[in-house]
Ligand binder design. Structure first.
Ligand SMILES: Nc1ncnc2c1ncn2[C@@H]1O[C@H](COP(=O)(O)OP(=O)(O)O)[C@@H](O)[C@H]1O
Ligand SMILES: [Mg+2]
Length: 349
């Protein structure tokens, strides 16, 4: 994959140019003994966009993020971030990135404010600026009231927000979020999503890894699906959803007797997705395949025009499992042969 590609190498002190994407990855390989954590990965993230890297446990997501943030050296291949080469310009590269790992990186014993101030100082900010930045980011992530409390007293969501704030101290151009909401409850997950959306609104480029199709749908404009160290699919979210059969619209008419006739009616209209509409008698609902928001609107319009009253209406995304099955022919749930991610040695570059 991309083995013949020649990439222009920048001079050591060269400013990043606008030639390549914010993140450019060519033929990246990383092996751990027999395990091919990355087996020739190509990836391109355009400036100001959010790339979702979707894959099950053990797919190689964290390995990719660690290489891109210079914590780990690849065995082969090339990667640049904001124009800086991961191997040749690690110092410059680190100055323009932010990283939020799967495991919290804040110091539990320190108050939120101290955590942020300390990181600012580590990034060589003058005291005054580090102080101002800590204040501003606590405010920004709604943590001002908890500023003086040790992070150990924070809820899961607060901790994750502090993590995000920490990754923003250096005003990164590119932000890596490695499974930012894994282990969070749905409400907290929504909070984190809102924060990430706001950050993207500020113009930062994001590479986000996730195990959740729904998270990718919420945050990413483009998706790279990885499995066992390889890219198995990539493209726009809509395009990929269409490839795996889109979403399912679930509607429940007040009158269950409408179910059968309505299913036939919708299929005859030809306004739905590729699969046929099915009736789920147990829940009294109709499962309508849809490929786009336009189809969703058309179906609801057709039902309304027929004078049918609806008691409930929801849409369901394909699960990661369904996406995988459709793209790879096997289930996403990989055998549990993975090692704990937090015990790995770090490679100083
Ligand atoms: N330090 C390591 N030593 C041995 N194997 C590792 C190490 N780090 C990761 N792996 C293996 O590489 C594969 C990819 O891991 P990882 O990048 O953590 O995947 P993900 O983040 O997608 O869950 C897994 O099979 C994992 O067990
Ligand atoms: Mg991981």
């Amino acid at each position: 994959m991309g083995s013949g590609t020649v990439f222009p190498m920048k001079e050591i002190d060269d400013k990043p140019g606008g030639v390549s994407g914010a993140v450019s990855v060519r033929g990246l390989v990383k092996h751990y003994g027999e395990t091919k954590a990355l087996d020739g990965v190509d990836l391109e993230v355009r400036e100001g966009t959010v790339m979702g890297v979707l894959g099950p446990n053990g797919a190689g997501k964290t390995t990719l993020v660690r290489i891109l943030s210079t914590l780990l050296a690849p065995d082969a291949g090339q990667a640049t971030v904001a124009g800086y080469d991961v191997l040749r310009q690690p110092r410059q590269l680190r100055r323009v990135i932010g990283l939020t790992g799967q495991y919290a990186s804040v110091d539990e014993k320190l108050p939120g404010w101290e955590n942020l101030y300390m990181i600012g100082r580590l990034l060589d900010l003058p005291r005054k600026e580090a102080r101002a930045r800590a204040d501003a980011l606590l405010e920004r992530f709604s943590l001002t009231e908890a500023a003086k409390r040790p992070a150990s007293t924070y809820s899961g969501g607060m901790r994750r927000r502090l993590d995000l704030a920490a990754s923003m101290i250096g005003r990164p151009a590119v932000l890596f979020l490695d499974e930012p909401t894994t282990g969070l409850d749905p409400r907290t997950r929504n909070e984190v999503w809102d924060e990430v959306k706001a950050m993207v609104g500020d113009g930062v480029t994001v590479l986000l890894t996730t195990q959740y199709m729904e998270e990718a749908e919420q945050l990413a404009s483009e998706l790279t699906v990885v499995d066992r160290g390889k890219v198995v699919a990539g493209g726009g979210i809509e395009e990929l959803k269409a490839r795996v059969g889109g979403r399912t619209l679930r509607i429940r008419p007040v009158d269950a007797l409408e179910l059968g006739p309505l299913a036939g009616y919708l299929d005859d209209l030809g306004i739905t997705g590729l699969a046929t509409t099915t009736v789920d008698p147990a829940s009294g609902t109709l499962l309508v395949p849809i490929l786009s928001d336009e189809q969703l609107t058309a179906v609801v319009g057709a039902v309304t025009a027929r004078g049918i009253t609806l008691a409930a209406i929801t849409t369901e995304l394909p699960s990661l499992d369904e996406v995988f099955l459709s793209l790879t022919g096997h289930r996403a749930s990989a055998p549990q042969d993975t090692v704990p991610v937090d015990d790995r040695e770090e490679v100083a570059v």
